[in-house]
Design a protein around this ligand. Structure first.
Ligand SMILES: NC(=O)c1ccc[n+]([C@@H]2O[C@H](COP(=O)([O-])OP(=O)(O)OC[C@H]3O[C@@H](n4cnc5c(N)ncnc54)[C@H](O)[C@@H]3O)[C@@H](O)[C@H]2O)c1
Length: 243
């Protein structure tokens, strides 16, 4: 039951995070949106009375420690977390991947999940256990052309998810990952502006359509709420990784 549970979500201001926030709020959860874009987070909170917005950069361990302490104080604890914040990185194969692109993508997508887990876990233990969902990607189980830093970061997120499940299961913490295929969000629409490319991407899925942000959010809520599943990486990919 998510009703009256306090759920922290990073990157909750827009895109997949916003869809997850809206579904959590509809289930009666108390939602703490942690985002680098505080203006966007506050604009969303203005529509959702049970949510609050917090500014933090997941790449900063200090930010995540401070924000988790603030959320626990404001809400009286933390029951669950969705580590969703991420960036796409720049296109190009390994020899064209700049140090800056590698460092930024790994710092946000992989170290950001590590920073988030390290800050969240003591609060979940204090609450007697809880559930965590990390946002990986189909890029966490298979490579795509010309995205080496993103691919490496998302494979790492699945590894961290398994590590967390193994080390904290005895303390009542479940940790799972979700692996979406291409979903139209501010991130992907900026990277792929041409509608004809989106049509091709949709047709390449066995379902012959794109996955929606709402479908990703439904899977995140299922993994937060259900028991018995930990260390898993759930594909929400329209079947694109079955080949
Ligand atoms: N959209 C897709 O097709 C897709 C597919 C698979 C996985 N994902 C993953 O889902 C997650 C969300 O993606 P999206 O498409 O909704 O992106 P988005 O850019 O639309 O939204 C990302 C959110 O994260 C926040 N954010 C970015 N960097 C941050 C940081 N350093 N600290 C705190 N907040 C930060 C942004 O402000 C924004 O609110 C990412 O981890 C992404 O890799 C997306």
């Amino acid at each position: 039951m998510l009703e009256n549970k306090t759920i922290l979500i990073t990157g909750g201001a827009m895109g997949l995070g916003e869809a997850i926030v809206r579904q959590l709020a509809a289930k009666g959860a108390r939602v703490a949106i942690v985002d680098a874009n505080i203006d966007a987070a506050e604009a969303l909170v203005a529509q959702l009375p049970a949510a609050r917005a917090y500014r933090a950069d997941v790449a900063s361990a200090a930010d995540m420690e401070q924000v988790c302490a603030a959320i626990a104080a404001d809400f009286g604890g933390i029951d669950g977390a969705v580590n969703n914040a991420g960036v796409g990185g720049e296109f190009g194969p390994i020899t064209a991947c700049t140090q800056a692109n590698w460092d930024r993508t790994i710092a946000i997508n992989l170290t950001g999940v590590f920073n988030s887990l390290r800050a969240e876990i003591p609060h979940l233990i204090a609450a007697g256990g809880g559930a965590i969902v990390n946002m990986a990607s189909v890029a966490g189980v298979a490579a795509e052309e010309a995205l080496p830093a993103y691919i490496a970061s998302k494979h790492g997120v699945i590894g961290l998810t398994k590590s967390c499940a193994l080390d904290y299961g005895a303390q009542g913490i479940r940790c799972n990952a979700v692996c979406p295929s291409f979903v139209k969000t501010p991130m992907t629409l900026a990277g792929i502006p041409d509608p004809a490319i989106w049509d091709q991407i949709a047709a390449s899925h066995p379902l012959r359509r794109l996955v929606t942000a709402e479908e990703v959010a439904e899977t995140v809520l299922f993994l937060l709420d259900t028991g018995g599943i930990t260390g898993a990486a759930y594909m929400v990919d329209g079947g694109i990784t079955v080949r």
